[in-house]
Design a protein around this ligand. Structure first.
Ligand SMILES: *[C@@H]1O[C@H](CO)[C@@H](O)[C@H](O)[C@H]1NC(C)=O
Ligand SMILES: *[C@@H]1O[C@H](CO)[C@@H](O)[C@H](O)[C@H]1NC(C)=O
Ligand SMILES: *[C@@H]1O[C@H](CO)[C@@H](O)[C@H](O)[C@H]1NC(C)=O
Ligand SMILES: *[C@@H]1O[C@H](CO)[C@@H](O)[C@H](O)[C@H]1NC(C)=O
Length: 321
């Protein structure tokens, strides 16, 4: 990331902090999150699936060193984003049994690991596919109406920010009242340690063919988003590009203070993820702060911070009224 864009981020973050301190309220009423393991904050904990992360060493750098179901050593990008927007607690995983009533007022997280393309491992049964996440969101809207009444609920729904990692669902969210939507692009899949292990040609480099697939998908995502903006004049829709920032980290790690890109911190870092990354995994690194990847698939907290900064800058148009 260049000097001028880091300066821009710093200025913007300062501005946000000042605004938050000034009125003590988040910049938007709520944040709703849909997607796969990159943004799942624990929905899979309650499902019959082995795609879970609610055991150590997941969460070892999180608040109270607690494994929450996040596929990370610490915070996800959405956690940093929630903080930047001024929320004092993270949007709860909707399927968390303690979640009901008033704690949905700041939004909720519907994401489920193994539901999307970040999780190329064969589609698992028993996780929450996208259409089902939207059904839960519909149920959540009904609960909001019960708690605060139809008019307040409708302003929460239209002023909230929606983060999704499935570009084909924008239109459905729009139909359900969403107006400020950020769609994340696909990561450079060919640079994920597990895919280099499986598909690489022993030269330890990103697999071009897989990255080309990501680029192809992302180009289409840009085009459909552009078309949607033209068709629906009152929508605010931005693409949160995570391809380039993550690729830059892998390509020039030392520019950002990283030293390990080829393996994740957990275990050998070449294959372990979900249940195979556990506290019996041999070789887990002592400190993940210089690792781009936490396990062989998922970014480390340090990487998530950088992705979040880039998303926040791209998301400025969503916040401006
Ligand atoms: C490993 O994690 C389990 C819980 O998943 C815990 O009961 C056990 O004590 C942990 N072992 C070590 C060596 O940390
Ligand atoms: C990936 O795309 C680049 C640029 O279009 C092209 O030069 C390269 O041959 C492609 N690689 C593969 C393996 O498809
Ligand atoms: C999609 O659009 C974003 C934002 O304009 C841009 O940064 C990115 O390079 C584009 N991606 C592709 C694959 O064209
Ligand atoms: C990891 O290392 C960084 C500096 O490299 C340090 O700031 C941080 O406190 C360390 N974390 C742990 C858990 O030791």
């Amino acid at each position: 990331m260049g000097y001028s864009s880091s300066l821009l981020i710093t200025c913007f973050l300062l501005l946000v902090v000042v605004l938050n301190v000034a009125n003590g309220k988040p910049l938007v009423p709520a944040l709703f999150i849909f997607g796969d393991s990159v943004v799942d904050s624990g929905n899979n904990n309650n499902l019959l699936t082995f795609v879970k992360a609610n055991f150590p060493p997941y969460g070892r750098d999180f608040k109270n060193h607690t494994p929450t179901g996040r596929f990370c050593n610490g915070k996800l990008a959405i956690d940093f984003i929630a903080e930047t927007l001024g929320f004092t607690s993270y949007q709860p995983a909707y399927l968390n049994l303690e979640v009901k009533g008033k704690n949905l007022l700041n939004g909720a997280n519907f994401a489920s690991a193994a539901s999307g393309f970040f999780d190329f491992i064969p589609r698992m049964h028993n996780t929450i596919p996208f259409y089902r996440q939207l059904e839960y969101y519909q149920e959540c809207q009904n609960k909001l109406v019960e708690i605060v009444g139809p008019s307040k609920a409708s302003s929460i729904i239209s002023d909230a920010i929606y983060i999704v990692n499935d570009g084909s669902s924008d239109f459905r969210l729009y139909a359900m009242g969403a107006r400020r939507i950020g769609v994340t692009s696909v990561a450079p899949m060919g640079c994920l340690p597990i895919l280099i292990t499986v598909f690489g040609s022993h030269n330890n480099e990103c697999v071009d063919r897989l990255n080309n697939d990501s680029i192809y998908y992302n180009e289409k995502l840009n085009k459909t988003s552009e078309n949607l903006r033209k068709t629906l004049p009152d929508i605010k829709l931005v693409v949160f590009d995570i391809y380039q920032p993550l690729y830059n980290l892998v390509d020039s790690p030392s520019d950002n203070g990283f030293s390990e890109v080829r393996r994740g911190c957990c275990g050998t870092g070449l294959l372990e993820t979900a249940i195979t990354c556990n506290n019996m995994s041999i070789g887990t690194c002592a400190n993940a702060s210089k690792y781009v990847f936490w396990d062989s698939v998922h970014p480390s907290e340090a990487t998530n911070k950088i992705l979040a900064d880039s998303i926040v800058v791209a998301g400025i148009p969503l916040i401006m009224s």
